[in-house]
Ligand binder design. Structure first.
Ligand SMILES: [Fe+2]
Length: 235
């Protein structure tokens, strides 16, 4: 039997503020756009891929510029994530990776093939993309898929709808975001890490924090530069 992939979608289009997309787009315009090195441990890119061009609004900027979104992550969105789990769900205590924005602009960017280290991920799609416009989120059914081509052979495809929050367990299904088709298009998604009682935040790989932030602990983070080395698509 093939290993399926399942996710839960919450339609929040009627409950977000009128200007929520504009506010997020304004912050995303100043994202950190560059080639990010592949993620240790979690990457499922082909061996020849060392860097992936993309954009990120780091967690500190999200918290500072979009405090209402940071609040939803720890409030309403956490409550919704709880609805799909049989055990207690928690937001990240470490503010370096709790919620970030991933941004793709034009046709050259995409998001790295990877698996998640956290047991539950929430994605709030912030932009709409018509069928055939690219930007789809693609999940492999095969847990051993190790590059884009392998993922695309047997997959589930989710087309972003602005205002839809999806919640899923991406630990065993490699996934990535396809590039956009139009040079003028922009894709923005808010990415949230959630943890559970049986798979708490302490399970996050040490090497991931070392890679991203240059240190394991989040203590003293107020003055700590975020090296922003990477972070998988789901942070
Ligand atoms: Fe992910």
């Amino acid at each position: 039997m093939p290993s399926g992939f399942r996710w839960t979608t919450f339609d929040l289009t009627s409950s977000l503020s009128r200007d929520w997309q504009q506010e997020i787009a304004a912050t995303a315009a100043d994202a950190d756009f560059r080639e990010f090195p592949r993620t240790p441990i979690l990457s499922r890119e082909g061996r020849d891929v060392q860097r992936i061009y993309r954009g990120r609004v780091h967690a500190a900027e999200v918290r500072q510029n979009l405090p209402w979104l940071y609040g939803l992550y720890r409030g309403r969105f956490l409550d919704l994530a709880q609805e799909v789990s049989d055990e207690p769900v928690m937001a990240a205590r470490d503010d370096r990776y709790g919620i970030v924005l991933n941004v793709q602009r034009g046709t050259e960017m995409r998001f790295e093939c990877h698996i998640d280290s956290n047991p539950l991920t929430g994605l709030l799609f912030c932009t709409d993309h018509l069928a055939g416009a690219g930007g789809e989120l693609v999940f492999a059914h095969d847990p051993d898929a190790t590059d884009v081509e392998a993922i695309e052979q047997d997959r589930s495809v989710i087309r972003p709808h602005a205002g839809h929050l999806i919640v899923f367990d991406g630990r065993r299904h490699p996934h990535y975001a396809r590039p956009l088709v139009s040079a003028s298009d922009v894709r923005i998604v808010a990415v949230m890490n959630f943890y559970t009682e049986s798979y708490p935040e302490s399970t996050r790989p040490r090497d991931l924090n070392l890679h991203r932030f240059g240190r394991v602990s989040g203590q003293g983070r107020a003055s700590e530069p975020d090296h922003g080395q990477l972070g998988s698509a789901c942070s």
